[in-house]
Ligand binder design. Structure first.
Ligand code: ADP
Ligand code: ADP
Length: 222
């Protein structure tokens, strides 16, 4: 469960990047965060990951008020999330398998276990055959799917993806979305930002932002 209670964010006493946002998302939903560039989508995702702090309001993730976490606890929060953010690039000097193994190595998994789980994660995004390739040898769509494999290898309950289909053609964007959607059946909550409205009908819930305000919010009755 992800809950926002009257959350606002001001950067450096500038205008509001987000203003008085409230919503709650039950587990296992595929949520689209929609709205034009500058609407506050990245800011909202970064706040769930503890990368940015709200100026006011509360954010509760799986029962924990993350706005009250000490700085030292933020890395533990982040490890429980699958993050596919704009500024987290693959390491170009390591092959695909090594990139995907990294989050497991960091949390102390053995090399054998990390190898097996990373290969299973690559399988899930349909890129098992690229394990030995280097990121720069892959297309943009493949690189995004590798980033998804890296994000899910720790079995997160929540996946946050910031514009994962930007710069991709429709075919590749669909592959990226399908890779994300596959985790939903396992109870994983996916929150995906996009300014591209062509995919909205695939969501179970859509949150619209405009100039930092929540302007619309709907979810499937089913
Ligand atoms: P989106 O992801 O929808 O494009 P952002 O969350 O990136 O929107 O930005 C929302 C607003 O906050 C914009 O006006 C942007 O300029 C501002 N903003 C974002 N990040 C920063 C920052 N680090 N410092 C100052 N202003 C920022
Ligand atoms: P394995 O049990 O060998 O890890 P799985 O098919 O269960 O194989 O998982 C494949 C990959 O997908 C693994 O790397 C796993 O960490 C990842 N994964 C992430 N989230 C989930 C989830 N909720 N359920 C199953 N697998 C997940």
């Amino acid at each position: 469960m992800i809950e926002f209670e009257n959350v606002s964010k001001q950067y450096n006493r500038g205008g509001y990047a987000l203003q008085d946002i409230s919503f709650s998302i039950p587990d296992g939903e595929l949520v689209f965060l929609a709205g034009p560039s500058g609407a506050g989508k990245s800011t909202l995702l970064k706040m769930i990951a503890g990368i940015e702090k709200p100026s006011s309001g509360r954010i509760i993730v799986n029962g924990q008020d993350i706005t009250r976490l000490r700085a030292g606890s933020i890395p533990y929060l982040r490890r429980k999330l699958g993050l596919i953010l704009q500024d987290q690039h693959l390491l170009n000097d390591r092959n695909v398998l090594s990139n995907v193994m990294l989050p497991l190595i960091v949390t102390g998994a053995s090399a054998t276990e990390a190898d097996g789980r990373a290969r299973a994660a690559l399988e899930k995004v349909g890129l098992a055959d690229k394990a030995g390739a280097y990121p720069l040898e892959l297309s943009g769509g493949e690189q995004q799917r590798i980033a998804i494999a890296r994000a899910i290898v720790n079995r997160p309950k929540i996946i946050l993806a910031d514009e994962p289909t930007a710069f991709l053609d429709r075919d590749n964007a669909n592959k990226v979305l399908n890779a994300l959607k596959a985790f939903r059946s396992a109870g994983v909550t996916c929150l995906i930002s996009s300014h591209d409205e062509q995919f909205l009908d695939q969501a179970s819930r859509v949150i619209y932002l405009q100039q930092g305000r929540l302007t619309d919010h709907w979810h499937d009755a089913a």
